[in-house]
Design a protein around this ligand. Structure first.
Ligand SMILES: Nc1ncnc2c1ncn2[C@@H]1O[C@H](COP(=O)(O)OP(=O)(O)O)[C@@H](O)[C@H]1O
Ligand SMILES: [Mg+2]
Length: 282
């Protein structure tokens, strides 16, 4: 885990974000090598949907990355304040995150740690209105075809709730299926407020993900149709060959299924019906 600070940098006129590994977290592992690899991977991805790298400072004793400073909030905060995110909003968010992940894959990179704290929502002015745009961050466990594996890549790295069985079993064989699985977990989480294979540890989550079907999301949220259940049943098949093959395939199927659902009206405790005033333009 890294430390990220807002900072002033002599070479840049506006504030930047600085990312480094705090000394108490180094633990003699290859943390610095990982951080520098994160920088090199970011340098290879030129996309407005990915946090922009401004500089890599490979300086002993503490290398650091200089990143554009993002303003807004992480998707985790956004989702937490909303509980179950409205269907149309989820659809737009998944399209935005999906487009970002597609660009990452096109650059020969597997993100490996897609989750709500690694997705940033920034506000942008579009015409007269403010919209939200997605930026992916945290390429700390990402893998690239251009990079040789590090010693610690032999062990599973990522976030248990979001890791596919093959990411846990074969950490030396990065695949786009890792991110496609994680994107499905993220969508499930946004829609239901719960993780599909929530358990106490990497091992128990892995056992659930590889041996049991997830609870159909319509059981947790009746306004979701059986079509949505079918998308998640396919996304979480044990065999990656029987899942969606690309990010785009998953996004298309999910957006289509969500298009057949209607958000249940939100009713305030006073009994007054609330409009969903929030419409991100992604
Ligand atoms: N460029 C940035 N601008 C603003 N906030 C950032 C930026 N990069 C990271 N953060 C914040 O710092 C948190 C941790 O950064 P992250 O790169 O995810 O490192 P890690 O999860 O490995 O500690 C993010 O969840 C986000 O809240
Ligand atoms: Mg992170």
């Amino acid at each position: 885990m890294a430390s990220v600070w807002r900072a002033r940098h002599r070479d840049f006129p506006t504030p930047v974000a600085v990312k480094f590994i705090p000394s108490d977290l180094e633990k003699g592992e290859d943390g610095h090598e990982r951080l520098l690899r994160e920088g090199r991977i970011l340098a290879r991805i030129d996309s407005p949907r990915v946090v922009r790298l401004l500089a890599i400072h490979d300086e002993a004793p503490r290398p650091f990355l200089v990143l554009e400073e993002l303003r807004g909030e992480v998707l985790a905060t956004f989702a937490k304040t909303r509980g179950q995110v409205p269907v149309r909003v989820t659809s737009r968010l998944i399209r935005g995150v999906g487009a970002a992940v597609e660009e990452v894959h096109a650059a020969g990179v597997v993100h490996g740690d897609l989750k709500p704290t690694n997705v940033f929502l920034t506000r942008v002015l579009q015409g007269a209105q403010h919209g939200l745009t997605v930026k992916l961050l945290d390429f700390g466990v990402s893998r690239s075809v251009e990079e040789r594996p590090l010693e610690s890549d032999r062990y599973p790295a990522g976030t248990p709730d979001y890791m596919s069985p093959e990411q846990v079993l074969s950490p030396l064989d990065p695949r786009t299926s890792w991110d496609i699985w994680a994107l499905a977990v993220l969508a499930y989480h946004l829609l239901t407020g719960a993780a599909p294979f929530d358990a106490h540890s990497l091992v128990s989550t892995f056992l659930r993900a590889s041996s049991a079907a997830c609870l159909p999301p319509s059981c947790l949220r009746p306004d979701l149709s059986p079509r949505v259940d079918a998308v998640f049943a396919r996304a979480f098949r044990r065999d990656p060959e029987r899942r969606f093959r690309t990010v785009l395939d998953l996004v298309r199927a999910l957006v289509d299924a969500l298009g057949h659902c209607h958000d249940a009206p939100v009713v305030a405790s006073s009994g007054v019906r609330l409009r969903n005033a929030f419409t991100p333009t992604l």
